[in-house]
Design a protein around this ligand. Structure first.
Ligand SMILES: *[C@@H]1O[C@H](CO)[C@@H](O)[C@H](O)[C@H]1NC(C)=O
Ligand SMILES: *[C@@H]1O[C@H](CO)[C@@H](O)[C@H](O)[C@H]1NC(C)=O
Length: 362
């Protein structure tokens, strides 16, 4: 979901912020593992990471058609599927600097970074290590280097684009040109509209990155680069990787488990306007929240219409039905991986009745 941004008065120490990241990262790893198990279980096609390995994962030689190694991929091997060596630098005449300020949650920022590296490569720019959003709903103070392995990010892309850690001195404190690109534009827009601006100002700053890049119709080379950035270059920092692995191994010791990210938190419902099953009082509260954030552009939302268009999260009750329909046994251990569920215990009641082994943080 794009464009969620809020400055909750969260005064949080950095350590707590890092812990939150770690938990979030670990839950993505867990979710990924779960998805792989699930896809094996119900015969879904393999996710693209596994089927598109040549373009996504460099020179790894693991045989992924063995399902037991597949399930270990996320926890144990992602970090090791490195490029064989630092690639040779690509020399090109730089047309100027690209500085980006990412916005949104981690997943959104990650996708945007993949896009913007691709833009920088296509336009022969020099990219500055991205700035992460610190004012978003989660008010996370982490910098790029707190989350990702910066050296690896720079080195693994040496054969594509030059990345520098900081803006050159001459631009410090005086960014000549700041803008928001038009959402979902394709590479031609960047070539025709943005390149002349970079040439003129020597530096262009994208103040938001939820503009992204068109999903379809891009040249294959650019699609491959996005994929390469996502699955290879954006590696979590060693401390996060280590903690993630430790958490997964602890969880595994007690047998199989499932992790559910319901995405049924207050901000999601307020932003999307999905109030199906909420009381009038709750609907009013969610609407108030939506109006309170000027950068959430859509204000008047017809919840039922949106739901019929498939744009709403399932309610926890509906998720319960899906899990049952998929044949998850009643004693499945389920971890709830997300923020506070809107409506609290009352909303989780059906899920807890059908699956009593639920673990959620209070
Ligand atoms: C990968 O493993 C599968 C099953 O273990 C096997 O049938 C296949 O031949 C292997 N492929 C390669 C390239 O080693
Ligand atoms: C980028 O550089 C390559 C050569 O290194 C050149 O062929 C290409 O035209 C350049 N593209 C732009 C947009 O400057």
């Amino acid at each position: 979901m794009a464009k969620r941004k809020a400055s909750l008065p969260a005064i949080r120490r950095r350590g707590v912020g890092m812990l939150r990241w770690a938990v979030r990262v670990a839950s993505s790893i867990v979710l990924w593992t779960m998805f792989l198990h699930l896809s094996n279980l119900i015969g879904l096609p393999r996710p693209p990471l596994l089927t598109a390995r040549p373009s996504c994962l460099g020179g790894g030689s693991t045989n992924y058609s063995d399902s037991s190694s597949v399930s270990f991929l996320a926890a144990d091997e992602v970090g090791r599927l490195a490029l064989p060596a630092v690639p040779r630098r690509r020399f090109y005449k730089s047309n100027g600097y690209l500085l980006i300020s990412c916005n949104g949650g981690l997943n959104q920022m990650r996708a945007a970074i993949c896009d913007m590296v691709t833009v920088a490569r296509y336009l022969n720019l020099t990219m500055v290590v991205p700035e992460l959003d610190k004012q978003s709903f989660w008010a996370d103070p982490s910098d790029f280097g707190d989350i990702f392995d910066v050296n690896y990010f720079i080195d693994s892309l040496r054969d594509e684009v030059k990345i520098v850690r900081e803006l050159p001195h001459k631009f410090r404190g005086k960014v000549p040109f700041s803008m928001q690109p038009i959402s979902w534009s394709n590479e031609k827009y960047y070539l025709r509209q943005i390149l002349p601006l970079v040439r003129k100002h020597k530096l262009v700053h994208f103040s938001r990155t939820d503009s992204r890049l068109a999903n379809n119709g891009l040249p294959l080379k650019l699609q491959k680069l996005r994929c390469h950035v996502n699955y290879n270059s954006l590696r979590f920092s060693p401390s996060i990787e280590a903690l993630g692995k430790k958490m997964v191994s602890v969880l595994r010791k007690t047998g199989s488990f499932t992790v559910l990210h319901l995405r049924y938190e207050m901000d999601m419902l307020a932003f999307s306007g999905c109030t199906h099953g909420c009381s009038d009082k709750e609907t009013a509260e969610l609407t108030r929240m939506r109006y309170a954030y000027p950068w959430w552009k859509e204000k008047e939302i017809d919840s039922e219409k949106k739901r019929l268009e498939g744009l709403c999260p399932l309610t926890p009750g509906e998720t319960t039905l899906v899990l049952k329909a998929l044949g998850f046994p009643r004693d499945t251990r389920i971890y709830i991986a997300s923020g506070e569920i809107y409506g609290g215990e009352k909303r989780l009641a059906a899920l807890k009745t059908e699956f009593p082994n639920i673990v959620s943080t209070p």
